[in-house]
Write a protein that binds this ligand. Structure first.
Ligand code: AMP
Length: 196
């Protein structure tokens, strides 16, 4: 099952993804983690990715699509994958669909975690204290939220039109949110597994 997780910064994508892959036994592909790792390893890239991330902006689409597509073609993703943080723009989603279709595959589910803005900001500021992520400063948080609204949220409609979107209440404890996600996945499996 190929799942994409579309949610604003601070919505708990990382936490919930790690739990979910443990349950579904599929790999977790976090584009933010991949980029941070590439920076740590000093991997040569065509763009100054460290600078882009620090400023809360988006890494160019072509680089992101190549990165994700390359990872999705690996053997361990044969049974599916949970993609967290990608796609973040309409061109990324369209190009992903095009490349997957070329291999007879598709995105099965798009999950959205819905969290109120004040709670997102509270969580991101708390994470900034705890983990010291450079892009969790107040000004950068506002920029990332605005980019989510303008560039990523149109994807909700894109997947809704394909009848793949499931929106989940992301307020409450990590356990409560995880239980809601599992319920959606279980219901999806109950209705779709028989058509495989
Ligand atoms: P995340 O850990 O998902 O919040 O991602 C951290 C940062 O990595 C983002 O603010 C972007 O700068 C960059 N990034 C991650 N995924 C993408 C993507 N799909 N498209 C463009 N930039 C991305």
């Amino acid at each position: 099952m190929l799942i994409v997780l579309l949610s604003p910064p601070g919505s708990g994508k990382g936490t919930q993804s790690r739990r979910l892959v443990g349950r579904l036994k599929i790999p977790h592909l976090s584009t933010g983690d991949m980029l941070r790792e590439a920076i740590r390893q000093k991997t040569k890239m065509d763009h100054d990715v460290a600078d882009i991330i620090r400023n809360g902006q988006l890494v160019p689409d072509d680089l992101m699509v190549d990165l994700v597509d390359f990872r999705l073609r690996a053997d361990d993703c044969g049974q599916g994958c949970l993609v967290d943080g990608f796609p973040r723009t309409l061109p990324q989603a369209q190009e992903l669909d095009r490349r997957l279709a070329g291999r007879g595959r598709q995105v099965d589910l798009a999950l959205e975690l819905r969290v109120e803005r004040e709670e997102l900001i509270r969580r991101l500021l708390a994470r900034s204290e705890l983990e010291g992520r450079e892009d969790d400063g107040r000004e950068t948080i506002d920029r990332r939220m605005e980019i989510y609204r303008s560039q990523t949220s149109p994807l909700l409609d894109y997947y809704r039109r394909q009848e793949k979107l499931f929106s989940i209440d992301g307020m409450g404890s990590a356990d409560e949110v995880f239980a809601r996600i599992c319920q959606v996945i279980d219901e999806y499996n109950a209705t779709h597994r028989s058509d495989d």
